[in-house]
Design a protein around this ligand. Structure first.
Ligand SMILES: [Fe+2]
Ligand SMILES: [Fe+2]
Length: 410
């Protein structure tokens, strides 16, 4: 029953869009029945898909089959977001018509005003909706798994001198429950291994909610090779906090324990507010990892003081922390010398523009540091754009990210 208002809202969008555009499309198609049949046939499929998603959501949410639900719900989302945004020219048209009507009402006869819809605004609605729909559909078909290596040189003071650069592969936000085949992850592993990295770090959000989403992918993750080790931390989605389970319940504890075990089975050393020393050349660096700490409503299990206990900050320090807001809100204000923080979480909102010299995404209005490298005094943060996806099963402009970081002495 709780979905009834949502359904009514969608039907209203559908009706408004249909009656606003029907005559223009009929003129264009040269038929009065083509659009009617096409539009409502497509809508019937969409409403069936909505019912399917609602009915199967609970049953599939903790299984590998959940990715089908995500694909269907993304398709539903792009259809309605395209129609919804397309409504704006039609609404504008109706407001203009209303004003014309009111002015005419108080005007002296004869009433000879034109109350017909603007052909330009009708056509604008169709063009806007079609463009949004095709862009987002393209993002689902082509962008979703269009893995891209992002190369970045990062200079750190007192970094040990080596014969060659120290190569860190930084990946984040796998959200394995949204992946729909092991083959795509195999491709990621191949791309990582061909770089022959010194270190591989994963900065959290392995799953959407349940540890079981990761089970089909453990053998693939195991194949990632790094000379000096593979390290990971937890993201906000790794705590199963979004399904209404109490953290003191047995099922929550079991899920959490199993998730950590799966990460270990995959060959990752999970850093839960702790640090490791890594040998680099003839010297050493600190690799520190905190649990998730996010601004606002996000969980704050990250404990920088605990993680930094016993860390010798005469050596360069790299911090793994899922949420970039941790950097400005805690790390920069702390007494610790953190040379570089590696984060993920933003996904670059899976939508934006990224060309040499210019990048934009709605993510920038939520996170000051949302993709790439940022610096403040002697501290730097690098934010990975995420490999997987959440919500919308696609990517437009901001591609799934395998960051290849070449660390050099400043
Ligand atoms: Fe994420
Ligand atoms: Fe996250």
């Amino acid at each position: 029953m709780k979905f009834v208002p949502f359904f009514i809202f969608l039907v209203l969008i559908d009706l408004y869009f249909y009656f606003g555009t029907v005559s223009s499309v009929n003129k264009l198609a040269g038929s009065i029945s083509f659009y009617k049949i096409f539009y409502w046939f497509l809508s019937a499929i969409i409403y069936s898909a909505i019912i399917y998603v609602i009915v199967t959501y609970e049953k599939t949410a903790n299984t590998a089959g959940f990715n089908n639900t995500i694909t269907y719900s993304s398709f539903i989302f792009i259809v309605f977001i395209a129609k919804f945004i397309g409504l704006f020219p039609l609404l504008l048209d109706d407001v203009i018509r209303l004003f014309k009507f009111i002015i005419n009402f108080f005007d002296k006869p004869p009433h000879n005003y034109d109350n017909s819809r603007s052909e330009f605004l009708r056509k604008s609605a169709i063009v806007i909706s079609a463009s949004i729909f095709s862009t987002l559909l393209f993002g689902m078909i082509w962008g979703r798994y269009n893995f891209k290596k992002n190369f970045k040189n990062i200079f750190i003071k007192n970094w040990p001198s080596c014969k060659s650069d120290y190569k860190i592969i930084h990946i984040s936000d796998l959200h394995l429950g949204s992946f729909n085949s092991v083959e795509h992850l195999e491709e990621v592993v191949e791309m990582i291994n061909e770089e022959k990295p010194n270190l591989v770090v994963f900065t959290g959000d392995l799953v959407n909610n349940y540890y079981s989403e990761a089970i089909p992918y453990v053998n693939t993750l195991k194949k990632i090779k790094a000379k000096d080790g593979k390290f990971s931390i937890l993201g906000n989605h790794d705590y199963c906090d979004y399904v209404g389970w109490n953290r003191s319940s047995e099922k929550w504890k079991e899920n959490f324990k199993n998730l950590i075990n799966l990460e270990k089975k995959s060959g990752f050393d999970v850093l839960l507010n702790e640090a490791r020393i890594i040998k680099v050349g003839n010297s050493q660096i600190n690799l520190v990892g905190v649990e998730n700490w996010g601004a606002g409503k996000f969980n704050k299990d990250g404990d920088l003081d605990l993680a930094m206990q016993g860390v010798d900050d005469n050596m360069p320090t790299i911090l793994l922390s899922h949420d970039p807001s941790h950097w400005s809100q805690k790390v920069l204000k702390s007494k610790y010398k953190i040379d570089l923080q590696l984060s993920g979480h933003t996904h670059g909102m899976q939508f934006g523009i990224e060309i040499p010299g210019f990048k934009w995404s709605p993510a920038k209005y939520r996170y000051k540091q949302w993709a790439g490298l940022y610096a403040y005094n002697d501290s730097q943060i690098y934010v990975n754009r995420g490999l997987g996806h959440l919500g919308y099963a696609g990517r437009v402009g901001i591609m799934p990210d395998i960051s290849v970081l070449n660390i050099k002495n400043k």
